[in-house]
Design a protein around this ligand. Structure first.
Ligand SMILES: [Zn+2]
Length: 236
C-alpha cells in the first residue's frame, strides 16, 4: 500500500511516513469513524466530521485539489477529501509494545521493554521495533533522538535509563502535538547536509537496521560510534 497525504495539514501528521509500504489489513466503520488497520498493529482513525468523504478511483487518476489521504493499491486508490480527523494509534495486540500515543504514554513500561531487548542493539534501530514501543515512525525516531541529544548509533547498553526515557518522552510529545495540532516540528529528518538548528554542524544520514531505514542525526550534538565502522545488530 502506498500512502500519501497531499493536504499540508494532513502531511503535518506524519501519517504517510509511518504507513507507507504497510499492508492494509482491514477497515471498520464505527459511526462516522473509519478505522483502517495496517500491518504491524497500526490503526489509522479518520473521522469525517461534516465535510469529509471517501472516493475510490482508478490508480493514478487525475486529481484536482489536495486530498487528505490517498491509499494506493495495485489497480485502484481510495481518496479522502475534506478536513477530517486523522489519528494514528497502535492497536493493543499481543506482542506489541506500549503505544507511544497513549494518554499518557507509559514511559516506564517502554524503558522496561528496551532493557529486556538485546543491549548490543543500536537505539535508533530499536526505536522502530514495534514490539518494544508501538507507533514511532522513522521521522519521530530521528526528531526524538535529536531533541534528547542521543546518537541513533549508540548501543542500548551504553544509553542510560534517563536518556532512553528522554528520547521516548520527546518522541511522544512531538507526535502528540503533531496529531492534536497538525504542527510538525522537524530539525533533522530529511535534512542531510543542512546545518543543525542547534549547532550548525551538517546533519548526517545513513541507512540503519534490518529495514535500512535512513537515520538522520547531528554528529556534534548527538555524539556516538561512527556508523561507517558498523554497529552490530542482534542478527549481524
Ligand atoms: Zn547539532
Amino acid at each position: 500500500m502506498e500512502v500519501e497525504t497531499p493536504h499540508p495539514r494532513a502531511a503535518a501528521t506524519g501519517v504517510a511516513e509511518q504507513l507507507d509500504g504497510r499492508r492494509l489489513e482491514g477497515v471498520e466503520a464505527i459511526g462516522k469513524n473509519l478505522l483502517l488497520r495496517f500491518e504491524g498493529g497500526l490503526v489509522l482513525r479518520s473521522h469525517l466530521r461534516m465535510s469529509g468523504r471517501w472516493t475510490v478511483r482508478a490508480r493514478g487518476a487525475a486529481t484536482g485539489g489536495r486530498p487528505w489521504l490517498v491509499l494506493r493499491g495495485g489497480a485502484r486508490e481510495a481518496v479522502l477529501w475534506g478536513g477530517p480527523v486523522l489519528e494514528l494509534t497502535a492497536r493493543r495486540v499481543r506482542g506489541l509494545g506500549p503505544d507511544i500515543l497513549a494518554r499518557p504514554p507509559d514511559l516506564d513500561a517502554m524503558v522496561d521493554a528496551f532493557r529486556r531487548a538485546d543491549q548490543r542493539r543500536a537505539i535508533g534501530d530499536a526505536l522502530l521495533d514495534q514490539r518494544l514501543v508501538a507507533g514511532i515512525g522513522n521521522l519521530w525516531k530521528a526528531e526524538g533522538l535529536w531533541r534528547a541529544r542521543v546518537s541513533p548509533w549508540r548501543a542500548l547498553g551504553e544509553v542510560t535509563d534517563e536518556e532512553l526515557r528522554n528520547v521516548l518522552s520527546q518522541a511522544a510529545q512531538l507526535m502528540r502535538r503533531s496529531v492534536d495540532r497538525g504542527r510538525q516540528e522537524r530539525a533533522v529528518y530529511r535534512a542531510a547536509g543542512r546545518p543543525c538548528p542547534r549547532c550548525s554542524t551538517l546533519i548526517a544520514s545513513r541507512g540503519q537496521g534490518e529495514a535500512n531505514r535512513t537515520a538522520y542525526w547531528c554528529p556534534s550534538c548527538q555524539p556516538g560510534p561512527d556508523p561507517k565502522r558498523g554497529v552490530r545488530g542482534p542478527d549481524s
